[in-house]
Design a protein around this ligand. Structure first.
Ligand SMILES: O=C(O)CCC(=O)C(=O)O
Ligand SMILES: [Fe+2]
Length: 255
């Protein structure tokens, strides 16, 4: 019998988001962090507010993936048997993820509100390692939204880089270490997501965290806040356009 995703739906969010609090074991988490951290330094791209590994490779300028398999440590146990048992990529064009971004956030680091865009099938599966972090979710900016907005501005944050749209997130998802967050459909296409650049996630509780009831360790957040520690995420996606290796020469400008 397959796993019933409906039991882990985040019902407060627009469709579709699912949260599994104990997707991998502590041993698997330790081992995955070792794999991430044993990658040679050139594998990392240092960005101003986080660092990033891209597997199996970065997309081309036209958003194509040069087809090659994911490394074994990113496939097993997460994709096989994990995602396969859940059936989450069954409707994706390649029926499996073919691309993984590894993001590492030190305390104080984050990612600006953004959407993941049209290069991918609209489904992201995120495994969290090392420490919890809060993912902020925003409606995309619209004229209406701006006119109706009565929430106080949040200092220094522009949504999607549009000046004058500083505002609070509509939803906040607490991602515990070892959890899996699945977002797809409207959640992917109609909303933005980001991670605040802060050393503490605050104002935590059932009133503000939309997956509160699905958390594994609510007691850790009784005080309403925690100090950030290094948090690493593995984000799995299916890139729509895959170029077979035989065509790579042509793509790279040969004839
Ligand atoms: O680290 C995360 O959970 C989010 C990362 C993200 O949004 C991205 O890589 O596009
Ligand atoms: Fe993203």
């Amino acid at each position: 019998m397959g796993f019933d995703l409906e039991a882990v739906r985040i019902t407060a969010l627009p469709e579709d988001a699912f949260y599994i609090s104990d997707f991998i074991t502590e041993d698997e988490e330790d081992w995955l962090l070792q794999e991430v951290n044993s990658a040679p330094l050139p594998r990392w791209t240092q960005l101003s507010h986080r660092r990033l590994q891209t597997w199996p490779s970065a997309l081309t300028k036209s958003n194509a993936l040069l087809g090659s398999p994911l490394p074994a440590w990113l496939r097993s146990p997460i994709v096989e048997p994990g995602f396969e048992a859940l059936g989450i990529f069954n409707d994706a064009p390649h029926r499996a993820p073919n691309h993984v971004l590894v993001n590492e956030y030190q305390p104080g680091q984050g990612i600006m509100p953004h959407e993941d865009g049209a290069a991918y099938y609209p489904l992201v599966a995120t495994v969290s390692l090392g420490a919890p972090i809060v993912l902020d979710v925003y409606h995309k900016y619209t004229q209406n939204c701006r006119a109706e907005s009565s929430t106080p501005a949040k200092v220094g944050r522009d949504v999607a880089g549009i000046p004058g749209t500083n505002r609070r997130p509509q939803y906040r998802i607490l991602q515990e270490r070892r959890s899996l967050l699945i977002t797809r459909g409207k959640m992917y296409t109609d909303l933005l997501h980001g991670i605040e650049e802060t050393t503490r996630d605050e104002d935590l509780g059932p009133h503000s965290i939309c997956n509160w009831e699905l958390l594994r360790e609510k007691e850790l957040y009784q005080s309403g806040w925690y100090e950030r520690k290094t948090r690493t995420s593995l984000t799995y996606r299916d890139v729509l356009h895959v170029v077979k290796m035989g065509n790579t020469f042509r793509l790279l400008g040969g004839r």
